[in-house]
Design a protein around this ligand. Structure first.
Ligand SMILES: Cc1ncc(COP(=O)(O)O)c(C=O)c1O
Length: 397
């Protein structure tokens, strides 16, 4: 089997290009795509030893695959995690990280401000299996303290949150979780591994929808869980093997190649996002602007403390409710209406009628997701074109 070369001693840009590469006997430059379900053995004895765990190597691609392993090792090196498991989607990663270690009688505490499907897992799915959950205002550490119970096993947050870009105190919440004997899982999709490292801030597990910035070109779905070896051994390994949320090697290959340009893309998209946020801040039709890179962000001090830069996403409200927001979306010529984010193409979303439509209107209002709230995911187009496009669309509001 080809040998893995770890580049984890290098800086992130170098790790994004080299870490985890498994070069085959053909010494290819670009990582090989091992599009295979299974593997063959020289002898029945070798096969027996492989299944027993005495002979290292691949058994079946539901368990592991060389291309998937390259993606996992590169992600782990980037994140500073002991290990990573890649899965078919971001939701497979969230659901597996939440469900696999828990059993009936356990308790989960999560921030209220979650992506709609993540909130479904916490609020609806887990309780069906006897796992109680409590939702708190993620910004209020006292609410976290009060929600902890002797049977609390997992705390779960996103930061920045989808879509209102609140920034939660990862270190503070991790401390409260650990004092109660619970683990903290952080969905780091909005921050990206380029701008935030939750494990270094005290989190125990990090999850990603790789569908977002990691692919970043709208091609594949994917998810990743990053954690200690123990968490994988004790909780994930058997669950993933036996229930099969595994990623296709083809998708893992696309994501592996996506990592090579992740740093360049996220830096450029963040720089453009800051310029667009600046243009929106003084626009008369914009009634509210949220951008984590700005001094007027409600948690600006925390952003400085725990993130290396702002975000590729902007949230804003226009005067005039849903009709005005729709007029703005419909008038955009470059940014396209979509529910995805982190893409090379700028994408705009109306969360109240899409990603968060499942929530009752009063719950949405409590989360700050008004009828005129727009989420703007900044792409790789020229920032001046994007600003001109937005300013022209705002004329229609
Ligand atoms: C914060 C967050 N977590 C998880 C997901 C789920 O990812 P996927 O669509 O890859 O399942 C998404 C987006 O869809 C998201 O925005």
């Amino acid at each position: 089997m080809p040998e893995a070369k770890s580049a984890s001693r290098y800086r992130p840009e170098t790790r994004l290009v080299h870490s985890g590469t498994l070069r085959s006997q053909f010494a290819e430059t670009s990582e090989a795509l091992f599009l295979t379900q299974g593997y063959v053995y020289d002898t029945a004895e070798q096969c027996e030893a492989r299944f027993k765990g005495d002979d290292p190597g691949f058994i079946y691609s539901r368990y592991s695959n060389p291309t998937v392993a390259m993606f996992e090792q590169r992600m782990a090196a980037l994140e500073g995690a002991e290990t990573a498991r890649a899965l078919a989607t971001g939701m497979a990663a969230v659901t597996t990280a939440m469900l696999a270690p828990l059993k009936a009688g356990d308790h989960v505490v999560a921030a209220k401000a979650l992506f709609g499907s993540c909130r479904y897992v916490v609020e609806d799915l887990l309780p069906r299996y006897g796992i109680e959950s409590t939702l708190v205002d993620g910004l209020d550490l006292d609410q976290w303290r009060k929600a902890m119970r002797p049977n609390t096993k997992t705390c779960f947050i996103e930061s920045p949150t989808n879509p209102t870009l609140d920034v939660l105190d990862i270190g503070g919440i991790a401390e409260i979780a650990h004092q109660a004997g619970a683990r903290l899982i952080v969905d780091n999709v909005f921050a990206t591994p380029i701008w935030q490292s939750p494990l270094a801030l005290g989190a125990d597990v990090v999850v990603y929808s790789a569908t977002k910035h990691i692919d970043g070109q709208g091609r594949t779905l994917g998810g990743v869980i990053l954690s200690s070896n123990n968490f994988v051994q004790d909780h994930l390994q058997t669950f993933i093997r036996q229930t099969g949320p595994s990623i296709s090697p083809f998708n893992a290959w696309v994501l592996l190649k996506g990592l090579e340009t992740l740093g360049v893309r996220v830096r450029q998209q963040t720089e453009s996002a800051a310029a667009i946020a600046e243009a929106l801040a003084s626009h008369p039709k914009v009634s509210r602007l949220i951008y984590p890179g700005r001094a007027d962000h409600p948690q600006a001090a925390l952003v400085k403390k725990q993130m290396r830069a702002g975000s590729t996403l902007i949230g804003f409200e226009v005067e005039g409710g849903k009709a005005a927001a729709f007029r703005c979306l419909n008038a955009l010529k470059i940014a396209r209406i979509s529910n995805n984010l982190g893409d090379a193409k700028s994408l705009v979303t109306h969360p109240a009628t899409t990603t968060h439509q499942r929530l009752a209107p009063e719950v949405r209002a409590g989360l700050g997701i008004g009828e005129s709230f727009i989420r703007y995911s900044v792409g790789l187009e020229h920032k001046d074109d994007l600003i001109e496009d937005l300013v022209a669309a705002l004329e229609k509001v």
